[in-house]
Write a protein of this length. Structure first.
Length: 156
């Protein structure tokens, strides 16, 4: 669940997550079971703006996942209050628009500084790895994050 952490706590949590991911990927490759980051579509880090490339790994991964999975995150609400700035889904916290003729992505910088947005996305990633359906993911996100405020999407 999202919390505002002190800088040292956030660094420890990021380091722990990195270490765990380094362990889980080789184990799943060796055993042939279990999920890893490779199981999810992720945009390349090189496709991200410099501000995202310099962000913590959890934020980088959330942006990479968002760009590669709009069909999922456009159906997931955000509960951080970003509806006040016009966001209509968790996806909008990452991508403002994609130019239909050139394919140029205009990123939204909101999630760079919002742990709720990133936490929601990372929970979606985890739930997808667990094989949950979109409906199950939506229900879980609503249950966990509704305590923070109203969703930025219309009721389903």
């Amino acid at each position: 669940m999202p919390q505002h952490h002190s800088s040292s706590h956030a660094k420890f949590a990021g380091l722990l997550a990195l270490l765990l991911s380094m362990i889980s990927i080789p184990l799943s490759a060796c055993t042939g079971t279990g999920a890893s980051r490779a199981d999810l579509d992720m945009a390349p880090l090189s496709a991200m703006p410099p501000t995202v490339q310099k962000a913590p790994i959890s934020v980088q991964e959330a942006y990479r996942f968002a760009l590669a999975n709009p069909e999922v995150l456009q159906h997931i609400p955000c509960y951080c209050g970003c509806n006040a700035i016009g966001h209509t889904s968790n996806y909008a916290c990452y991508v403002e628009t994609i130019n239909s003729s050139s394919g140029e992505v205009i990123f939204d910088s909101h999630a760079l500084g919002c742990s709720i947005c990133v936490d929601i996305t990372r929970d979606v990633m985890r739930l997808m790895r667990e094989g949950k359906s979109l409906s199950e993911i939506q229900t879980t996100i609503d249950r966990i994050y509704s305590q923070y405020g109203p969703p930025n999407t219309p009721p389903r």
